[in-house]
Design a protein around this ligand. Structure first.
Ligand SMILES: Nc1ncnc2c1ncn2[C@@H]1O[C@H](COP(=O)(O)OP(=O)(O)OP(=O)(O)O)[C@@H](O)[C@H]1O
Length: 315
């Protein structure tokens, strides 16, 4: 049902990378949906598969199996040449603004890149659109003639948001869009994103290490661990009533009041786990692990009203 009404819906998505003969499953059997105007935040430690999931939703990495629906249309097997109309509607704001920009291009050329690739607008129309998005992201019109190195980190991030917006998208993957910025600038960018979302009724997949940022931005939160989505629920449920022992550990480690001044301080722990071939991905680290946790992967169950968890404590 939901794949018909959602902006984005993925089912049983699996993505793996081949590295020197071995296979790393980066996204393992993940199912989720994002509604129109909704923000789903994905939290998890480094290497848990957040970026790969975001790229897979945009069909920017090859998937092994599963289904991707965009506005009800199955785009899983769509070839890039048939993606033209859809590409414009789904955009990425990448993790590192500086390395995502061609240093030799002026800002105006960086911003219009997506339009040149996918539409046949005339030059005047493109220029007007460029000027409009520069204004909408709170930049001065003079940045158009500048080069990336002449801008601050916050300004560069605004440029990438402008570039994502220029084709009037409906869905944007925001990959840690503020993690490299000073705390006060982070808050400005987050507020800009909220403002743009409201004005344009955008759907966001918001990837972050930072639980406080997820709490500030998201309607719902999905928690990833070692490629698996282990819990999914409303922001309120995840923060106030976390179910999975890993989510509980994350939430308990973070004082949730007065977050603006401490945006940077509370990142998800960065611990790389060995690959677990059978059983729960979290079993090695879980204080509550039972015998079954080491031998059988828990299924994602609907615990309560869309609050889902993959943990044997609840089966
Ligand atoms: N292009 C690639 N080639 C090979 N392995 C990759 C590639 N991209 C990611 N991986 C591996 O896939 C796993 C998931 O990586 P991914 O970048 O999706 O995680 P992440 O949660 O976004 O991490 P981070 O927060 O550090 O960006 C990691 O083990 C990573 O080393």
């Amino acid at each position: 049902m939901s794949h018909v009404t959602s902006m984005v819906n993925v089912q049983n998505l699996k993505v793996s990378y081949k590295i020197k003969g071995s296979i790393k499953v980066a996204v393992d059997n993940v199912s989720l949906n994002i509604d129109k105007g909704e923000t789903l935040s994905i939290i998890g430690e480094s290497g848990s598969g957040k970026t790969t999931l975001g790229m897979a939703l945009l069909k920017l990495v090859k998937i092994d199996s599963g289904k991707i629906y965009f506005k009800g249309k199955d785009i899983t097997l769509l070839k890039e040449k048939d993606m033209k109309d859809i590409r414009r509607l789904m955009q990425l704001v990448p993790q590192d603004p500086y390395s995502s920009m061609n240093p030799r291009l002026k800002i105006k050329d960086i911003i219009v890149e997506p339009l040149l690739a996918y539409t046949k607008s005339d030059t005047l129309e493109i220029k007007e659109k460029m000027e409009r998005v520069i204004e909408q992201v709170g930049l001065d019109s003079s940045v158009a003639e500048r080069y990336p190195h002449e801008l601050s980190g916050g300004q560069r991030q605004r440029v990438l948001i402008a570039r994502a917006l220029i084709g009037d998208p409906e869905f944007i993957v925001l990959d840690e869009p503020t993690s490299n910025l000073d705390v006060s600038i982070q808050a400005q960018i987050l507020n800009l994103l909220l403002d743009l979302q409201e004005k344009r009724n955008l759907s966001y997949l918001f990837i972050t290490h930072n639980i406080l940022v997820a709490k500030y931005m998201a309607d719902r939160i999905g928690v990833m661990y070692n490629g698996k989505l282990i819990e999914l629920g409303t922001t309120k449920n995840i923060i106030n009533n976390p179910l999975h022992p890993y989510t509980k550990e994350l939430i308990e480690s973070v004082p949730l009041a007065g977050f603006k001044s401490r945006l940077k301080a509370y990142n998800v722990l960065d611990v790389q786990e060995p690959i677990v071939l059978k059983g729960c991905v979290y079993a090695n680290r879980c204080k509550l692990a039972k015998e079954i946790c080491k031998i059988k992967q828990p299924d994602m169950i609907n615990y309560n009203n869309g609050h889902k968890v993959a943990c044997h404590l609840y089966t």
